[in-house]
Design a protein around this ligand. Structure first.
Ligand code: SAH
Length: 344
C-alpha cells in the first residue's frame, strides 16, 4: 500500500509541498481539497505535483462502496480501503444534527462475546487518515462543505478498539479538530474504549477534551469476564481510577456504555449495584438494549425491562439515558455489515 496524505497535518503537507519545489499556496489548495473529501486527481494542483504525489500516495484511501438506508433514516456505509479491506460506518440523524460512527481498525481483537466486529479477529490498524477519510467521504456525499458540515458529531464506536491503535487515533483526533480543516471539536467527539487502562491514563495527559466512553456492561469483575476478555487484564476499580484521572485533567465527565443483555446483566439487582458503583461520580450511563448478533447467542432485553432498569438507576441518583436502537434493519451494530460481506 502507498502512503495516505490524510495522515499528515497541514504543517506536514506544507513541508511536503516545499520539498517538491512547489509554491507555498499549493499546500493550502492540496489541504483544502483533501479536507473536502476529494480524491487526489480531482484537486486543482499542477499536473507535475499531482504525478509526484501519486507515486507515493494513494489516490483515494477510503472509498464508499455501498450505502444502505434504514427505515429510520440511519445510513450504513461500506468503505473499501486501498488494499481492498472493507470497513463500515454509520450516519445517524438526531434533532441536533448528524452523528457519524467510524471504525478504527479492520476487525478487532478484544473478543467481546456480544460483538460482531471481533468475529474474525483484528486484520490491521487503520491509519489516522483512513479514519478521517471515512468522515470526509461521508461529509462530501451528504453535500457538506468545510463551512457547512453535514457531519456534526463523531463517535469512535465502529469496528476496532481505539486505544489498541493509540498513536493513529490520537493523530486522527488532532487532524479532525485542526483549524482550516473539517474542524470538528473534541467536544463533539465520543471515544469508546473497552477499558485499556494504561492508554486511558496516557490519553488523559494528551489534553484532548472529548467524551470519554467506557464499555462497562457488567457490575462486577467476575461478571464482566464472562462477556469481555479484557476484564481478565484490568479491573473495574482500575477503570474508575483512570476515568477519575481523565476528569481531573480535562474537566469532562465520562460516560459508561451498558448494553442490556437478557439473563446476564439486566436485573434490578444489577441496576442497584451499578448505582452503588457510580454514585457521586461525574459520569453518565448510556443504556442500550443489546443488538442481537446472529453469530452470538446473546439477546437484548425487552423494552420494558430496559425502561425499568433506567428508572431504577435514575431513582438512585445516577444520570442515565436509554439509547434508541437505530438501523437494526440494516445491520447497524458493530461489525455486522462487514461480517456479512466477508461471509459471502
Ligand atoms: N472497542 C470500543 C468501541 C467499539 S464498540 C469499545 O469496546 O468500547 C461501541 C459500543 O458498542 C461498545 O460499548 C460495545 O461494547 C457496544 N456493542 C458491541 N456490540 C454490541 C451489540 N451487539 N449490541 C449493543 N452494543 C454493542
Amino acid at each position: 500500500m502507498k502512503k495516505v496524505l490524510l495522515d499528515l497535518s497541514y504543517a506536514e503537507l506544507a513541508a511536503l509541498t516545499e520539498s517538491l519545489g512547489e509554491r507555498a499556496y499549493r499546500a493550502r489548495q492540496l489541504y483544502e481539497g483533501l479536507m473536502q473529501g476529494k480524491k487526489l486527481s480531482a484537486i486543482p494542483i499542477p499536473y507535475a505535483m499531482r504525478e509526484r504525489l501519486l507515486e507515493e500516495y494513494e489516490e483515494e484511501p477510503v472509498a464508499i462502496r455501498e450505502v444502505f438506508t434504514s427505515k429510520d433514516g440511519t445510513q450504513k456505509f461500506l468503505f473499501e480501503l486501498a488494499d481492498g479491506n472493507l470497513i463500515e460506518g454509520v450516519l445517524m440523524s438526531y434533532h441536533y444534527g448528524k452523528t457519524q460512527c467510524v471504525s478504527t481498525q479492520v476487525g478487532c481483537r478484544m473478543g467481546c462475546k456480544f460483538c460482531a466486529s471481533t468475529l474474525g479477529g483484528r486484520v490491521r490498524d487503520l491509519t489516522a487518515g483512513e479514519i478521517l477519510g471515512q468522515i470526509l467521504a461521508v461529509n462530501r456525499r451528504e453535500g457538506g462543505t468545510l463551512r457547512e458540515r453535514a457531519v456534526g458529531n463523531v463517535v469512535l464506536m465502529g469496528s476496532g478498539e481505539p486505544f489498541d491503535n493509540y498513536e493513529n487515533v490520537v493523530r486522527f483526533l488532532r487532524n479532525l479538530s485542526a483549524e482550516g480543516g473539517i474542524c470538528i471539536s473534541p467536544r463533539n467527539v465520543s471515544l469508546s474504549t473497552c477499558g485499556l487502562v494504561p492508554e486511558m491514563k496516557r490519553f488523559a495527559d494528551e489534553g484532548i477534551p472529548l467524551n470519554l466512553t467506557v464499555s462497562l456492561h457488567a457490575v462486577t469483575d467476575e461478571e464482566r469476564r464472562r462477556t469481555m476478555p479484557i476484564a481478565n487484564r484490568y479491573s473495574i476499580a482500575e477503570i474508575l481510577e483512570a476515568c477519575n484521572k481523565y476528569f481531573e485533567k480535562t474537566g469532562r465527565r465520562y460516560i459508561f456504555e451498558y448494553s442490556l443483555i437478557e439473563g446476564e446483566n439486566a436485573d434490578m439487582v444489577h441496576a442497584e449495584k451499578l448505582a452503588a458503583l457510580l454514585k457521586g461520580r461525574p459520569c453518565h450511563v448510556n443504556l442500550i438494549r443489546l443488538n442481537e448478533v446472529k453469530e452470538r447467542n446473546l439477546q437484548g432485553t425487552d423494552e420494558k425491562t430496559a425502561q425499568k432498569f433506567l428508572e431504577r438507576l435514575t431513582e438512585l441518583g445516577i444520570s442515565a439515558t436509554l439509547r434508541r436502537s437505530m438501523g437494526s434493519d440494516i445491520g447497524g451494530a458493530c461489525g455486522q455489515l462487514r461480517a456479512k460481506y466477508i461471509g459471502k
